[in-house]
Structure formats: structure tokens, C-alpha cells
Design a protein around this ligand. Structure first.
Ligand code: GUN
Length: 302
């Protein structure tokens, strides 16, 4: 069996187009565009790329995106003061603080300080609790995007359903694993939340009708961990070194997922590639969350 490849770039473009339309309607109705404020503390190169891409993607669909870059040595109280200012600014609909943060800043203090109705990352305990209670509000962007790809897989493989399917999520982070498990549960899947300490991880994965890998370990999930006909969603983004092909040639780096793609695609019915799978969906869902947050806050005023 060779798997159907789930094209995240194409699906993300569809989501962005829908958001663009919604943003135009919002802007006409309320006389201003939705506003997204992205905060980066420090100079982590990957975070610099992610945050610039978020700002650019927002502007591209008509959202007023603004990136604030604060120095590495910024104190926790300075960052909190900035968040309180943005919380109180009526033209700001979405606030995102890029993670990880420098060690002098407590992540929990920062995430707790963002108003839940402007928390477009969906990381505030109120939003995490609402999701766990089956009353989703702002849902974390990566699992939200992964669910859209999963629904695309189900539409593509007409005979499959999530109802009663065994979904195995590998990775228990607050950003991906835990909210992903909640979304699958809400879709009536039977969910196993596995992690690095799970006994017989390979055997657990082999039981999965739907396998979601979100552990951050390059190509951990091998082809023979994939049940024939399973749907595989790879959330991993790991940069690895590739040996030089010949003496004198410099070594290169390559982006790979948590799944050994070439092996897994021979077993799965559908699989997401890396890059071009879940990655593009995350930013598209951030734009969607920003529009949802803006609409909800302004509609609440009647
Ligand atoms: N760092 C890695 N992923 C994310 C994300 O989804 N949101 C934020 N704020 N930081 C991240």
C-alpha cells in the first residue's frame, strides 16, 4: 500500500482564503481590521522566523499584525506590563507570546496573564479547561490544524470514520499532545495518550487506526510501527544533519518529522509530509483563531 499524501500547504491556503473573506466582512462591519500582536523575547533563530511568518501571514489576509521584539534580558514584570497594556487595548483581538521564553521569565505567569478571550494560542488554563470540559473556545493552533488534516484524510478515504476508531497520540505537551487527545475524544475516537515513558511504544502505535506523532524526536516512529491502513499525522519538525555526499562537500541540514516518512507511507492509507503537512496549518489556524476572537469579543457587545 502506498499512502495518500495529505497536502497541508493546499489546505492551509483554503483556510487562509476563508479567513481573508471573514476579515473583509469584519472590517466593513466594525470599521477596523482584527488586530494580532505577536511578542518575541530574545533572539532564538527559529522563533525569529516563526514570529516574522506569523506577522506576515496576518497582514496577508488583512489582519493588522504587529510583531514586538523584546531584548533577551527583559524582566518578567516588563513583559507582564506589556501584556496588561495589550489586554486593555480595545483594538487588539489576539495576543501571542512566542515560546520558549528566556529562563528568567516564568512561562506559567505569562500564559496566565493573557486575557482568555484574546488568547489566540489557546494556552490559558481557562481555554485548556473549556476544551477538556467539551466546551471548546479558542483551541491551540497546531492540534486544530492537525484535526483539519485528519478530516481531509477521512473525506479522502471515504470508508473511514473517527467514530470509535483507536487514536494513539504520542507526546503529552500542553501545546499539542493533550489538546489533540481532547479533540479526538470530542470526535468520539478511543484515545490513548502515549509518551516517552510508555511501555512498548511500538506495540501501542501498531494498534492505532489514527496515529499522531508529536514528540519532537526525528523519525522515532518507524514504518513497522504503523498498522496497515492507518492515518498518520506527523506534527514533528526536527532539523537533522545529513552527511556530505562526497569529500569536500559541506554537510547539509534537512527538516524531518517524528515519523520515518518513506517507511511509513508503505503501510499507512494516508500520511502528512514534513515539511508541507501540519506546519502550514498552524499559522492558518492562528489567523482563524484571531478572526474568531475578534468576532466573539465584538459580537458580545451586541
Ligand atoms: N512555540 C512553538 N510552538 C508554539 C505555538 O504554537 N505558539 C507559541 N506561542 N509558541 C510556540
Amino acid at each position: 500500500m502506498t499512502a495518500a499524501i495529505l497536502d497541508g500547504k493546499k489546505l492551509a491556503e483554503t483556510v487562509r482564503e476563508e479567513v481573508r473573506g471573514g476579515v473583509a466582512t469584519f472590517t466593513k462591519k466594525y470599521g477596523r481590521a482584527p488586530g494580532l500582536e505577536v511578542i518575541l523575547v530574545g533572539e532564538d533563530p527559529a522563533s525569529q522566523i516563526y514570529t516574522r511568518n506569523k506577522e506576515k501571514a496576518a497582514k496577508d489576509v488583512g489582519i493588522r499584525g504587529k510583531l514586538h521584539v523584546l531584548p533577551t534580558g527583559t524582566s518578567e514584570s516588563t513583559l507582564l506590563a506589556e501584556l496588561y497594556r495589550l489586554n486593555a487595548d480595545d483594538a487588539v483581538d489576539g495576543i501571542l507570546v512566542q515560546l520558549p521564553l528566556p529562563s528568567q521569565i516564568r512561562q506559567s505567569r505569562v500564559l496566565d496573564a493573557i486575557r482568555p478571550d484574546k488568547d489566540v494560542d489557546g494556552f490559558h488554563p481557562t481555554n485548556a479547561g473549556l476544551l477538556t470540559s467539551g466546551r471548546p473556545s479558542l483551541v491551540p493552533c497546531t492540534p486544530r490544524g492537525a484535526m483539519k488534516l485528519l478530516n481531509l484524510a477521512i473525506a479522502t478515504l471515504a470508508h473511514t470514520t473517527l467514530e470509535g476508531a483507536h487514536a494513539v497520540v504520542v507526546g503529552r505537551s500542553n501545546i499539542v499532545g493533550k489538546p489533540m487527545a481532547q479533540l479526538l475524544l470530542a470526535a468520539n475516537a478511543t484515545v490513548t495518550l502515549a509518551h516517552s515513558r510508555t511501555k512498548d511504544l511500538a506495540g501501542t502505535c501498531r494498534q492505532a487506526d489514527v496515529l499522531v506523532a508529536a514528540v519532537g524526536k526525528a523519525e522515532l516512529v518507524r514504518g513497522n510501527w504503523v498498522k496497515p491502513g492507518a492515518i498518520v499525522i506527523d506534527v514533528g519538525m526536527n532539523r537533522i544533519h545529513v552527511a556530505a555526499a562526497s569529500p569536500g562537500e559541506t554537510s547539509k541540514t534537512k527538516l524531518v518529522g517524528d515519523v520515518a516518512f518513506d517507511e511509513a507511507k508503505e503501510h499507512a492509507a494516508a500520511i502528512t509530509p514534513v515539511p508541507g503537512g501540519v506546519g502550514p496549518m498552524t499559522i492558518a489556524c492562528l489567523l482563524e483563531n484571531t478572526l474568531i476572537a475578534a468576532q466573539a469579543r465584538l459580537a458580545a457587545r451586541g
